[in-house]
Design a protein around this ligand. Structure first.
Ligand code: COA
Length: 167
């Protein structure tokens, strides 16, 4: 899929391999700093990920890791963890200097579409102070199901049914 973005350049989502683990770690750490500040918690799980954690995610057959490269540079990524009919979206990140261009939206929609047809429900969660991601997920059809306590804030859990286009 190729999106029409404000910033020129190829934006085709691709499945990443373990060779990208190092640059993914760097991207993740840069992107999640804003969320850490918003939650006054620099121990957010994505910021605690090590290279070994990311390599383990690449090795997990239930997880596919996707990314968008622009001129070779990894500028966005997301993981999809599949368990039966559930597809769980994790670690959606866009490089700080490339946020607001539609990359997050393009990547998430492309990955939903590429996920195994057995998946009928997509789930994800984010911190209650993550106003931007909550807005984005709402716009893409995710609805809150419940909240769970986490440190001194709550995680907001959202899901959406898969929409099948027939014809
Ligand atoms: C959340 C994130 C992936 C969004 O990626 P993005 O490429 O900037 O998002 P898009 O450009 O597709 O934005 C889609 C819409 O959401 C809004 N939005 C997204 N992130 C936002 C933010 N952090 N603050 C304010 N608005 C935001 C955009 O303004 C846009 O609104 P519009 O369609 O009305 O113009 C990116 O901001 C990021 O990496 N954040 C840090 C990591 C994170 O919080 N990940 C999600 C955790 S669950």
């Amino acid at each position: 899929m190729v999106g029409q973005l404000g910033n020129p350049g190829p934006v085709t989502p691709e499945q990443l391999t373990a060779a990208a683990a190092g640059e993914l770690l760097t991207l993740q750490q840069a992107a999640y700093i804003t969320e850490a500040r918003a939650h006054r918690n620099f121990d957010l799980p994505p910021l605690m990920d090590t290279l070994d954690h990311i390599r383990a995610a690449f090795a997990d057959p239930a997880i596919t890791i996707w990314g968008i490269r622009d001129g070779g540079r990894l500028v966005a990524s997301v993981r999809m963890w599949v368990d039966g009919s559930i597809g769980e979206v994790r670690r959606l990140v866009v490089a700080p200097d490339r946020q607001g261009e539609g990359l997050g939206t393009t990547l998430l929609l492309a990955v939903e579409e590429a996920t195994a047809p057995e998946v009928t429900t997509f789930r994800l969660c984010t911190g209650e102070r993550s106003a931007g991601p909550l807005y984005l997920y709402g716009k893409l059809g995710y609805r809150e199901t419940h909240r769970s306590p986490e440190a001194d804030y709550h995680l907001v859990h959202l899901e959406k049914p898969r929409v099948r286009i027939t014809g």
